[in-house]
Design a protein around this ligand. Structure first.
Ligand code: HEC
Ligand code: HEC
Length: 209
């Protein structure tokens, strides 16, 4: 049961009727009235079905099979949602407010950084920035990439992504400075160097956009 608690990042009372304290005095563990407990039972069944399928994969005598457990999916999160999905959902819930997305990200980071419930690496954020850009929201994408650069100052990918988005949005000066920042971090970035040259040419008017 402690494994359930840790895997989902919840207290016993998430699934059982009672008030959390050390003595469990008022708990009724056998009661089935909480929806989470009923779902947990279905999850147990699902996990054993999946493990049956995994162990049925014939992979040779030396193969050490891996087992799926609650934590494989839940990662300390009762609702095992991925970071990019959280950003997408927050954006939709707040009618396209990128400030709300940024506030949500900071709040999650404050609470969960160092744990494994959410991926605070650079990629979920930049993936959403690219999605926004493809959906014709370059300003929102740029704001998000700026945040990503602050949290990952050593990554050449955020400024190069920023450069790409700014170039598409026609913000050529911003694109140049972003590509330069990327090259400062990774001087051998050939794609970035090529982009920088192209945008500089566009600016000096030698090439039509
Ligand atoms: C994610 C939901 C979940 C959490 C969290 C959880 N349990 Fe359970 N618990 C269950 C389910 C489901 C069963 C029934 C298992 C079954 O039917 O085989 C159960 C059964 C039990 C039982 C046996 C009850 C009986 O039928 O007699 C005890 C005791 C119990 N849990 C204690 C705890 C304690 C203590 C904690 C906190 C450390 C805890 N549980 C956290 C879902 C949960
Ligand atoms: C294969 C991935 C996967 C595994 C493994 C898994 N879950 Fe889940 N679980 C999910 C998903 C996805 C949801 C969200 C379903 C939804 O509401 O859309 C969920 C939801 C739940 C919920 C309801 C959310 C809530 O209110 O807490 C409980 C309880 C739960 N899981 C318990 C468990 C337990 C206990 C185990 C291990 C026995 C387990 N899960 C293993 C994917 C998984």
């Amino acid at each position: 049961m402690r494994r359930f608690k840790l895997a989902l990042g919840v207290e016993c009372s998430h699934c059982h009727k009672g008030t959390d304290n050390r003595s469990f005095s008022d708990f009724d563990f056998a009661a089935d009235e909480k929806e989470a407990k009923r779902i947990a039972r279905k999850m147990l069944h699902m996990v054993s079905t999946i493990n049956g399928m995994v162990s049925g994969l014939e992979r040779g005598p030396d193969h050490k099979p891996l087992e799926i457990t609650c934590v494989t999916c839940h990662r300390g999160n009762s609702r095992p949602v991925m970071m990019k999905e959280v950003l997408v959902e927050t954006y939709a819930e707040h009618n396209g407010s990128i400030d709300a997305v940024i506030a949500k990200y900071r709040q999650l980071r404050e609470k969960n950084y160092g744990g494994f419930a959410f991926d605070f690496g650079e990629f979920p954020v930049s993936a959403f920035a690219f999605t926004l850009n493809t959906q014709g929201q370059p300003e929102a994408a740029i704001k998000l990439q700026k945040m990503n650069e602050k949290f990952h100052p050593d990554s050449p990918n955020n400024p190069s992504g920023m450069g790409f988005i700014c170039r598409q949005a026609g913000q050529l000066e911003l694109a140049v400075s972003a590509f330069r920042r990327s090259l400062e971090i990774n001087p051998s970035g050939r794609w970035v160097a090529g982009q920088l040259k192209e945008v500089e040419k566009l600016i000096s008017g030698k090439q039509q956009p």
